[in-house]
Design a binder for this molecule. Structure first.
Ligand SMILES: [Zn+2]
Ligand SMILES: [Zn+2]
Length: 233
């Protein structure tokens, strides 16, 4: 059983009233069920904040946001497809085991089916590399639009000396921005925004994450409104 079962955020069920007059004949993509899945050892202290910002930025897109604590990677999968890389960002010669994003998407997809999530976002402390582009190492996050799921890795969002002591404000803001960014991709598409402080701007390092806001710019906001209009809500 997950360890944080008693945490009040182990399962949050936030229902936003479903529009009552439209769901009989039109197939809706939204509002939908979003599952946030913690894979590996992730501090739950950030849950309230994630919940707050998803509801603020994607208001009414999700009538249910559920959190699942500490999903484990099945032991048969743990050793498969891993890459061992020198951790260039931190400690010179120490090798870091990187997990491919496809493996994590599989785990998320499995849990999405089990819990009837339409969208799944995995949050992990494991370092990840892109299965789609193997030259992309130490990713902050990636989304898979076809499978309607995404992954955010906290591995390089947290300074090394701080790994055990939970999240400070700066770190939790980075995690929130990356979570919003990846969910944004699933809803409004893969394109990155060029607006300086838009959350949909691509960040190649943590400084660039720190320099952007958690919000969508006007252009991205209007893309979101377009999806809302197409789905009649
Ligand atoms: Zn992106
Ligand atoms: Zn934008």
């Amino acid at each position: 059983m997950p360890k944080n079962q008693n945490n009040k955020y182990f399962f949050i069920n936030q229902e936003i009233p479903f529009p009552t007059n439209q769901y009989t004949s039109i197939k809706h993509n939204y509002p939908s069920h979003l599952g946030i899945i913690f894979i590996g050892k992730i501090s739950t202290s950030i849950l309230t904040k994630i919940d707050f910002y998803i509801n603020k930025i994607f208001r009414s897109f999700f009538y249910e946001i559920l959190f699942i604590g500490e999903a484990e990677i099945p032991s048969t999968l743990v050793e498969s497809e891993i890459r061992k890389e020198h951790n260039l960002l931190k400690q010179g010669s120490k090798k870091v085991i990187l997990q491919p994003t496809n493996k994590i998407y599989n785990i998320i997809n499995h849990l999405m089916k089990e819990h009837n999530f339409n969208i799944g976002l995995g949050l992990t402390d494991l370092p990840i590399y892109s299965s789609n582009d193997e030259s992309l190492l130490f990713l902050f996050g990636e989304s898979n639009i076809n499978h309607r799921c995404a992954i955010v890795s906290t591995h390089n969002l947290i300074p090394h000396f701080n790994k055990e002591s939970g999240y400070n404000l700066k770190v939790s803001n980075r995690i929130i921005k990356e979570v919003i960014h990846e969910i944004g991709h699933i809803i409004i598409g893969l394109e990155h925004c060029l607006t300086a402080d838009c959350v949909m701007r691509y960040s190649k390092n943590i400084e660039e994450i720190d320099n952007k806001s958690v919000d969508l710019c006007k252009k991205c906001q209007s893309k979101l409104n377009e999806v809302r209009r197409k789905n009649n809500f």
